[in-house]
Design a protein around this ligand. Structure first.
Ligand code: ACM
Length: 509
């Protein structure tokens, strides 16, 4: 049936092949999708309301914010129950759905999303967006009909942690640019955004008592541009904006290497007492905090205390990668003093997997970023009870070029086309790291070559949804042929949203 005839038939229309196909195009693939061929189609109209339980008003308003501009409908968010509504219900769902799972039931009489928490409702709403026509994502008024096929989706995540990382140190991204990325990753049920807040080229977060970190250390970036930093108020606002989208911010201050911006800001942090110049190149592994100076630990203590205060989430990330000018004994000595500082805050420490050279507490999370599938350090940590976060650089690093013609990005871990990003199993990837030891996946986006939102989007889309699916969907749904078809259906959505994505030749756009 052509979509035009549905408009004539209105709410009593049977679900067409077009709507039903949208049920099978959701990314990440849901746990189960059951079309209801006798249930007709739900059609959003000028009279539709969004009916929410009190604890779900925020989720309802976010949904209305997506739907109002394109449909032109008022879509009031109400707290009483109505016939024909989109209902967001915080109620009983089976235990296996956990805190982020949801049930989504659609028939001609309405849409019901049920979940135990607002996080689950938010996830269900992201699915509902994908069941509507792509142009619903437009910021300007479009023609309907706005129909959703009848059926039921039951869904919950495979892994607790589905992350993205943005490097705001190599190039600074404004709070609005970060919010734009938060909006984009939320659609794919990403629930952590790791912000790489300091590196050799820049320090991007205010720390009281160490004002030169931002005044001087934040004053440039790769290529010599003006850099920037987040005030504490701006950072808190980002945390809040993310939380409304079920995303927890994980702040990272990399140490003891990747610290030139701090060392340039405070001469006394250097072993020789001489501040190096600011750095705007892209080499790595040349800087280190001074392991044998007491002021180093006063500095790190202040940073950890303030990051913990700024961060409601469970993780503080301390980097620990590429400390090439710190000897192993010094590296261990350093982290032996720093790990207890994190434990005293009640947070869990996260670090790039080399931080396992020291001995993080068993609550510590090791982020694997290697390019092989073996790591004794990581396997030993998993055996000791540490959780592992999977970010293999040749699969999950969104800053790797797609192929030799990609104008942005780097290629030290190889070219990464969409099928490379999709075709690996995080639960069975690193030798002797069983699924039970895997916390989840994270897709890092390093910004040596990236300067603005267009650049972020070109590298993240379409690979970010591939990593998101690996984190959310049951392995039984993993199927490249299905994924590439479903990914193609996202293209018109990204066009409607103004997302500048890479039109990979692997995908039938
Ligand atoms: C890293 O890519 N240096 C973690």
């Amino acid at each position: 049936m052509a979509i035009g005839s549905l408009a004539v038939l209105g709410q009593s229309a049977p679900a067409s092949a077009i709507e039903e196909s949208r049920m099978n195009r959701v990314i990440p693939a849901p746990v189960s999708v059951t079309p209801d061929r006798h249930g007709g189609a739900f059609e959003l109209s000028r009279d539709t309301v969004i009916s929410v339980d009190r604890g779900a008003r925020g989720v309802g308003e976010l949904l209305a914010g997506v739907l109002r501009p394109s449909t032109g409908y008022r879509l009031p968010v109400v707290t009483d129950r109505r016939q024909g509504a989109i209902t967001l219900d915080l109620g009983y769902v089976p235990a296996r759905l956990g805190t982020e799972g949801y049930e989504l039931t659609v028939n001609r009489g309405g849409v019901l999303v049920k979940a135990r928490t607002s996080a689950g409702l938010f996830a269900g709403v992201q699915t509902l967006r994908q069941l509507l026509p792509a142009k619903v994502e437009s910021r300007t008024k479009q023609r309907g009909p706005w129909t959703v096929a009848a059926g039921k989706i039951v869904d919950f995540p495979r892994f607790a942690y589905r992350g993205a990382m943005l490097d705001v140190a190599r190039h600074f991204f404004t709070p609005d640019e970060v919010k734009r990325y938060l909006d984009q990753i939320a659609l794919y049920k990403i629930n952590y955004l790791h912000l790489h807040l300091a590196d050799d080229q820049g320090w991007r977060i205010e720390i009281d008592g160490w004002p030169r970190l931002t005044e001087h250390g934040g004053s440039t970036e790769v290529g010599g541009g003006p850099g920037g930093f987040y005030t504490k108020a701006q950072f808190r606002d980002l945390v809040k904006y993310a939380a409304a989208r079920n995303i927890t911010i994980v702040p990272e201050i990399d140490m003891p290497g990747h610290t030139n911006a701090a060392l340039a800001s405070y001469a006394e942090l250097n072993c020789d007492g001489v501040a190096p110049p600011l750095y705007t190149g892209i080499e790595v592994g040349f800087s280190s905090l001074c392991i044998d100076k007491e002021i180093t630990y006063r500095f790190v203590q202040d940073v950890i205390t303030e990051l913990a205060e700024l961060t409601p989430g469970p993780y503080l990330h301390l980097g620990g990668d590429e400390a090439h000018v710190t000897t192993d004994p010094d590296f261990i000595k350093f982290f032996d003093r720093v790990f207890p500082m994190i434990e005293a805050t009640g947070k869990k420490v996260a670090g790039w997997h080399e931080f396992l050279k020291a001995t993080p507490p068993v609550s510590g999370v090791a982020q694997f970023w290697g390019t092989t599938t073996t790591s004794e350090l990581v396997a030993d940590a998993a055996a000791a009870g540490n959780k592992i976060l999977m970010s293999p650089a040749n699969k999950a690093y969104l800053d790797m070029k797609y192929d030799e013609s990609t104008p942005l990005g780097l290629s030290w871990a190889g070219f990464t086309e969409v099928d490379d990003a999709y075709d690996w199993n995080p639960g069975a990837y690193v030798e002797n790291v069983p699924e039970s030891a895997v916390l989840g996946v994270e897709a890092p986006l390093w910004s040596e070559t990236l300067e603005n939102s267009d650049h972020i989007e070109f590298m993240a889309f379409p690979r970010l949804p591939a990593i998101a699916e690996l984190g959310w969907s049951p392995w039984s749904t993993h199927d490249w042929a299905s994924f590439r078809t479903r990914l193609a259906a996202q293209g018109p959505r990204w066009e409607a949203m103004g997302v500048d994505f890479y039109r990979s030749p692997q995908i039938p756009w």
